[in-house]
Write a protein that binds this ligand. Structure first.
Ligand code: HAM
Length: 418
């Protein structure tokens, strides 16, 4: 038997419906904030990620699906959305005549991770990226849009963690301090953290293995290495969040797993099962556009993990009435009326009704069985006699009442009775 690739999900039936509901709600909400959709390729040239997400991030070092195509080009299945949007922003020169660009995307991402609850190898992200002038009000509006999405989906118990990691020069001093601190404690850290010690000690703070260790908890904090400008900026961000009544926790251990961030970083997390899981993460990236060869324009964005969002909504019982209900099943009793019922079905579908019929059988019992299976609200019986009189018999499955009506009056009847 063939099996799906480890860490992937087949969406069908009710699960596919949930995906559709979430996608529509999320897109409607973000469009009110002035965002435009971009649908970008899933494959990019590998450098798009190595130059942006960072060569020292776990994602680039260990988790990318990278391969050579037949023309020997190194390509990568996108592990995240930001790098591709920046590539598009530069390639399309969209920055040339606009002060502010707001994009959103919804689509699959790929990471070679150990699959577990809420962690997959192919997963869906909804994300936004905004490019414009540096402004704490813009940053807060971006964070607020994520908050508004949780609210629009009916999710209340969400925790916003926020921090600032300053600019590159503050981070350099901080990295030196971390190196000094971790040097005598390396044997207490996991093998990966020992590598991170050499490549980028900040990454140690983001380790999934050592996250509960005292050594990490007592490490120097970035806030002690920030310059005045970064501190004031962050204070302004927090005061604007207060103004908008968005609850938050300042978490000075939050650094995020990608290399491009500067200043404000944030995560929205919720209890999933027994653990807190990050549903949405993001931050500002002041130098990424420039580092990828573009003008000096800062960006900010976030991404939601859609599988985690759906799992959370399942736990909170936020999906209701998802069973596909068919409005009508047409039952016809011979070949001729069967053929004509296809026309009746499609005339009704055209005006918005969900209509089904049994394409193969003219046996009454079998066709009624289909209407029960599909939970149809009405059954329409169309036989030789009815065809002759240009009418149908219509049976309300809930009340059991049956009436004869003209085909031309069918639409009106359904409008009044459905
Ligand atoms: P990230 O924190 O790597 O950030 O991922 C964002 C969200 O994607 C996570 O909070 C999680 O919900 C979901 N996610 C990540 N990996 C997996 C996985 N293996 N399985 C299921 N869900 C997953 C980014 O990707 C950045 N591009 C966010 C961003 C946008 N920053 C600025 N702009």
């Amino acid at each position: 038997m063939y099996q799906k690739v480890k860490g992937t999900i087949d969406y069908y039936g009710v699960e596919a419906k949930k995906l559709q509901i979430v996608s529509e709600k999320v897109k409607n909400t973000i469009e009110n904030f002035g965002y435009e959709e971009v649908v970008l390729p899933i494959i990019e040239n590998t450098e798009v990620f190595t130059r942006s997400s960072g060569e020292t991030s776990d994602i680039v070092r260990k988790e990318m699906y990278t391969f050579n195509d037949r023309g020997k080009r190194s390509l990568t299945l996108r592990p995240e959305g930001t790098a591709g949007v920046v590539r598009f922003f530069l390639e399309s020169k969209e920055y040339a005549n606009l002060d502010l660009k707001k994009y959103y995307y919804f689509g699959p991402m790929f990471r070679y991770e150990r699959p577990q609850k809420g962690r997959y190898r192919q997963f869906i992200q909804f994300g936004v990226e905004v490019f414009g002038k540096s402004s704490y009000l813009l940053d807060v509006d971006v964070i607020y849009s994520a908050y508004a999405i949780f609210k629009a989906l009916g999710i209340e118990n969400i925790r916003l963690k926020i921090n600032t990691i300053g600019d590159f020069s503050s981070r350099k001093d901080y990295a030196i301090a971390l190196k000094e601190y971790f040097k005598p404690k390396l044997d207490l850290l996991c093998p990966d953290c020992n590598e991170r010690y050499v490549s980028n000690p900040l990454r140690i703070l983001d380790c999934k293995v050592d996250s509960e260790s005292v050594v990490l908890k007592q490490a120097p904090k970035i806030k002690d290495y920030l310059n005045e400008e970064a501190k004031t900026y962050f204070k302004n961000v927090l005061s604007a969040l207060d103004l908008l009544n968005v609850p938050y926790e300042v978490d000075d251990t939050l650094v995020r797993g990608l290399d491009y961030y500067t200043d404000v970083v944030f995560e929205f997390e919720a209890m999933l099962g027994d653990n807190y899981l990050t549903i949405c993460g993001g931050g500002k990236y002041s130098d990424l556009v420039k580092n990828m060869g573009g003008p000096d324009i800062p960006g900010i964005g976030y991404s939601f993990g859609i599988e985690r969002l759906i799992e959370l909504m399942n736990e909170l019982n936020l999906f209701k009435d998802l069973e596909q209900k068919v409005d009508l099943v047409i039952i016809s009793l011979d070949e001729n009326t069967k053929k004509q019922s296809l026309k009746i079905a499609n005339d009704l579908r055209k005006v918005g009704y969900k209509v089904e019929l049994d394409y193969a059988s003219i046996k009454m019992k079998q066709q009624f069985r289909l209407s029960e299976k599909l939970n149809a609200k009405f059954v329409l019986i169309y036989g030789e006699e009815e065809a002759k009189n240009k009418e149908v018999q219509i049976k309300n499955q809930k009340t059991g009442t049956q009436e004869t009506i003209k085909i031309k009056d069918l639409e009106k009847y359904l409008g009044e009775n459905l």
